[in-house]
Design a protein around this ligand. Sequence first.
Ligand code: ATP
Length: 589
Amino acid sequence: MKNLQNIGLLVLAAAIPLIAVLPLPDFWIAQLNYIGMYSMTVMGLVLLTGVGGLTSFGQAAFVGIGAYTTAWLTLNTGISPWLTLFIGMGLTAGSALLVGLITLRMSGHYLPLATIAWGLSLYYLMGNLDGLGKYDGLLGIKSLSIGDFDIGQGRAFFVLTWAILLCFAAALLHLLDSRAGRAIRSLKGGSQMAEAMGISTFRYKVTIFVLAALFASVAGWLLAHFQRTVNPSAFGLKMGIEYLFMAVVGGVGHVWGAIVGAGLIRLLEDQLQVLLPRLMGTSGSYEVIVFGIALVMVLKYLPDGLWSLVGRHLPKRPRPVDWQQAAPLAEREKPEAGALVLDVRKARMEFGGLVAVNDISFQIHAGQIVGLIGPNGAGKSTTFNIITGVLPATRGEVMFRNENISGLPSRDIAKRGMARTFQHVKMIADMTVLENVALGAHTRGSKGVLPAMLRANRSEEKQLFREAQRQLERVGMGEYLHEQAGNLAMGPQRLMEIARALCADPTLLLLDEPAAGLRHKEKQALADVLRQLKNEGMSILLVEHDMDLVMQICDHLVVMEFGTLLTQGPPAQIQQDPKVRAAYLGTEH
Ligand SMILES: Nc1ncnc2c1ncn2[C@@H]1O[C@H](COP(=O)(O)OP(=O)(O)OP(=O)(O)O)[C@@H](O)[C@H]1O
């Protein structure tokens, strides 16, 4: 896929000068200019909504901030418009940061509603400020120029706009294929898995919100100098909806979908505005009705947008393996064999009146496999969640390598060397196995969004992929590097999760029902992998219902029933314990 993305960028880079010199009528150049500017805002939405899963109706307001900043400053202060671009971006970043910090903790439908409220308030603010010309807006904005050369509104403007768009597309493609990009792509699946990989989901949400707003702001700056006038109608809620519409029609998850969507809607709108009133015999915004129907059809029959029609026919080439020579990632210092790794002290979890975990205590030492067993509803997963920081314990302490980690968020616990898998596999289905596993090494890298966009992250990326491949080979998944994770059967999916956890270079590995849904042979392969990890000095806590597997591989068992610790000890002893037999068979004891 990577090569194809580069081809896409090259095609666009070649098309820009070609179109500029072709004898196209001015009308088409103007259309292309609009499409370029719209595409910028829509590309921001691809990142925010398509990739990050955060729906915003308020992008037009950020276009407005960029446009009004340059309009007001160039008209009132005579400052260079090239400088106002950065002032506008600064103002946009500031306001997006503020709005983001307030609204991005909201989930479900609250976020889109908040963006509507934000879009509306900015629209009325622009329309009511005397200094901004109220609803008439500001007129007489100058064209952009370089020295004496006037960029104007024609071909030179086209080259400028599309060159910026090309840079945005390249930056976005680079970003999505990076450590930060994988973290952003993990946002859509809920925060639990990402946080367990040490990713601050909130920070990445705010980051993509600001980035999308900046894309919109640059489009606004261009629009002001293109139209030479600004007024609130171009930045209101209707336009906010239209940008979202372009993104959805084009393909909200694809960078190229932004251009397809913006192009199609702009051209259609223009044609329909002429055609429909003629057909109906009266004037009116009939195109909105057509768009409404078209959107419903697209959502029903082509939910991935029009780009998916093209994208699915493009050949998929595996990522070239160029990381063999990369330096290994630094490893954390490991505990001595037999040292105390985890000490759960009287952990308690109450859900209202229900005591799900009742003052449980147990320990895990380095190189030990401990099984946490018990009938359904015994409180195993809740104990797991207390240890990994998903749930804050009502009382009690969890000591990890002699540090009290009670109350820490799961990402901070992950950073300390505790890695986990999930009862129901959590992965990014449309990423390759290798990329999914590289996500596990997130905390071992440091390159953020900007280095990724500028491609200044190459050596670290190679290190991360080298580690991901190593861990996949360690669990016997070396054959699956380039497979799309969503296509894997349950067994390989679970092994992939283990490899992802191993990528974090953990001291303690927590596996939640790793054998669930596996066939006999796959279970044996899993047992071999776990034994091998133990021999390498790894400590493992296992929640598992498969008693054969548990008895085969565990050194120590902790048995729970109704939230309480029933007993603990070596498997042979537990197997003979009448209390345990009774708990499983449901007889009196
Ligand atoms: N978030 C929650 N709110 C209220 N009750 C909960 C919550 N999570 C778990 N419980 C309850 O706590 C008890 C223990 O549940 P838990 O999932 O920890 O058991 P388990 O041993 O992991 O079961 P299973 O083997 O079926 O996964 C159950 O009675 C469950 O209904």
